[in-house]
Write a protein that binds this ligand. Structure first.
Ligand code: NAD
Length: 250
C-alpha cells in the first residue's frame, strides 16, 4: 500500500492505459482523480475503483482547454486538499502525410492534446506537487525512437518527442523542489488506440512487429507508471522508460 493517504490524478483514465493506472494506484492505497473527456467511460472506471474502498473523483475535462484543465486541478484540491502524483496520459493519434498535405489536417489538435495538455496540467499542478514533493509521469511513446512502432502518424510522434523533452526540462527545473518527472515510452499496447491506428491490420499482426511477438497489456504499462511515481524510483528523474516488447530492436 505504497500510496496510502496519497492523491493521484490520471488524465485519459476513462480507458486503456489510464484506466489500468488508476486501478493500480487505488489498489496501492491512493485516492484517485479520473480526468477524461469521455464522462461515461470515466464513471464506469470510478465504479471499479470503489471496489478497492478508495475515494474517487470524476472530472469531465478536455486537457487541451485552459479553463477545463484549471477546473480539474481546483476541484481536486477542493475535494482532497492535496495532489501527490500527476499522470499525463491523455492522448490521441491521427494520420497525416506530407505527400498529400494531410499532415496539417490534425496537427494543432494532436499537439494540443498530447503535448500542450500535458504541459498545461503540469504547470497548474506544480504548486501542489512542490508542497507534497510529488511526482509526474508522462505517457510518451517509443515512436520517438523507432518509427517501426507507428508509421503514418507524424504529428503524434512530433508531440511525443516534445513530451520527452518537456519531461527532461520539468525534471531539471523541479528537482531542487523534490519533485521527480519521468516518462514511460510504450510500443504497441492492446488498447482502443492501437486498434484504431492499425485499421487495416488485426491485433495479432501488430504483435508480429515486436521482438517478443506480443503487444503489451495496459496493466504492464501501469506497473511502470506506478513504479516511476513511487519512492522505489526515488533516484529516477528525467528518464523515459522504454516498454516496447523490443520493437526498437527490429
Ligand atoms: P485509449 O484511447 O484507450 O485512451 C486514451 C484516453 O484519453 C481515452 O479515455 C480518451 O477519452 C482520453 N482523451 C483523449 N483526448 C483527451 C482530452 N483532450 N482530454 C481528456 N481526455 C482525453 O488509448 P491508450 O492506448 O490507453 O492511450 C493512453 C496513452 O498511451 C496515450 O497518451 C497514447 O498516446 C499512449 N500510447 C499508447 C500506445 C498504444 O499502443 N496503445 C503506445 C504508446 C503510447
Amino acid at each position: 500500500m505504497q500510496f496510502e493517504n496519497k492523491v493521484v490524478l490520471v488524465t485519459g483514465s476513462g480507458s486503456g492505459i489510464g484506466e489500468a493506472t488508476v486501478l493500480h494506484f487505488a489498489k496501492e492505497g491512493a485516492d484517485v482523480v479520473i480526468v477524461d473527456y469521455n464522462e461515461g467511460n470515466a464513471r464506469k472506471v470510478a465504479e471499479k475503483v470503489k471496489e478497492f474502498g478508495k475515494r474517487v473523483l470524476v472530472i469531465k475535462t478536455d486537457v487541451s482547454k485552459d479553463v477545463e484543465a484549471r477546473t480539474a486541478i481546483e476541484k481536486t484540491i477542493n475535494e482532497f486538499g492535496r495532489l501527490d502524483v500527476l499522470v499525463n496520459n491523455a492522448g490521441i493519434a491521427r494520420e497525416g502525410l506530407l505527400i498529400d498535405g494531410t499532415i496539417m489536417n490534425h496537427f494543432d489538435e494532436v499537439l494540443s492534446v498530447n503535448l500542450r495538455g500535458a504541459v498545461l496540467m503540469t504547470s497548474l499542478a506544480t504548486p501542489y506537487l512542490i508542497k507534497s514533493k510529488g511526482a509526474v509521469v508522462n505517457t510518451s511513446s517509443i515512436v520517438t525512437k523507432s518509427l517501426n512502432s507507428l508509421r503514418g502518424f507524424p504529428c503524434y510522434g512530433i508531440a511525443k518527442a516534445g513530451l520527452d523533452h518537456f519531461t527532461r526540462e520539468a525534471a531539471y527545473e523541479l528537482a531542487p523542489s523534490g519533485v521527480r518527472v519521468n516518462a514511460v515510452s510504450p510500443g504497441p499496447v492492446n488498447t482502443n488506440m492501437a486498434i484504431n491506428c492499425n485499421l487495416d491490420v488485426d491485433a495479432s499482426k501488430i504483435a508480429e512487429t515486436t521482438a517478443l511477438k506480443k503487444c503489451a497489456l495496459p496493466e504492464e504499462v501501469a506497473n511502470v507508471i506506478v513504479f516511476l511515481a513511487s519512492d522505489k524510483a526515488s533516484s529516477v528523474t528525467g528518464s523515459s522508460y522504454a516498454l516496447d516488447n523490443g520493437i526498437s530492436l527490429m
